[in-house]
Write a protein that binds this ligand. Sequence first.
Ligand SMILES: Cc1ncc(COP(=O)(O)O)c(C=O)c1O
Length: 354
Amino acid sequence: MIPQRIRELEAYKTEVTPASVRLSSNEFPYDFPEEIKQKVLEELKKVPLNKYPDPEARELKEILADFFGIKEENLTLGNGSDELIYYLSIAVGELYMPVYIPVPTFPMYEISAKVLGRPVVKVQLGENFDIDLEKSLELIEKEKPVLGYFAYPNNPTGNLFSRKKVEEIRDKGVFCVIDEAYYHYSGETFLEDALSREDTVVLRTLSKIGMASLRVGILIGKEEIISEINKVRLPFNITYPSQVIAKVLLTEGREFLMEKIDEVIRERERLFEEMKKIEGVEVFPSKANFLLFRTPYPAHAVYQELLKRDVLVRNVSYMEGLQKCLRVSVGKPEENDRFLEALQESVMFLSRSL
Ligand SMILES: Cc1ncc(COP(=O)(O)O)c(C=O)c1O
């Protein structure tokens, strides 16, 4: 009874290997301070656990609209942006119409399309991990995809695609989903386009700014688009506790959050400079909260050596064009120091033993 397209899929895997320095999932390195958590507990106590939440999450939407400088009618929420990616793959274009995905990138775009049986047009990134426009336009002409996913900045490469190239692809009739999961680390956005055009939406998430546990993703677009996507949305998809906690954290915790985001950006730049100094390590510039790097050694060997030193990173060498590459999330300064020391030792060890 289960069709082949589902049987061929692999369940989404995440890194669960134990380690004391965990830099594998691009999480925010800081939890909120005690006094803010206390406020969260007080608010949670008031939640009637026997009741459904507000299906529209109106109070949270009001706060999020203010946080992003937009109007409430221009956003809808998902149980993480993952859920919104599914909704977009369901709702944009007919299911037989292809989805354009520049790769390597965040795997959920392809997974959501495959679950629905949608054809996928994948185009390998070109120089500096930017979009290969020539090849893209050639394939777009041939395959006629109607929906495109652009992680901006891209995960796991960390760069921003050239805006002009995205626009050229959009000009060919591709509805563009600009996934700005790492927006707070790049400062670059397609928000204006999403608010003024019917062929562009922006995705944001609370996951990369300290609230991954809540599972709140945000879709931003013109009211006409948002109200259509809302018809696909599951009822009560944002839990009552998540709504309440996010409200407290985005108001009482806002100053803390902004300060720490700046610190992560500073640490990213420090990590980049320090990694460049390690012989044999090639590190790529990043506008996100992680860095992609390559060594001359097999990525699984580097991964294992780091793990022996109690540091966990993500081995991304299985992805298209990323042979020998790994990805490290920016942690607290002391975690980054532990990683740098472990990386230095690991490549030195591998240079002698392989
Ligand atoms: C580009 C990108 N989009 C979306 C997500 C998922 O976000 P969420 O936790 O909101 O589902 C991630 C998570 O790593 C990501 O890298």
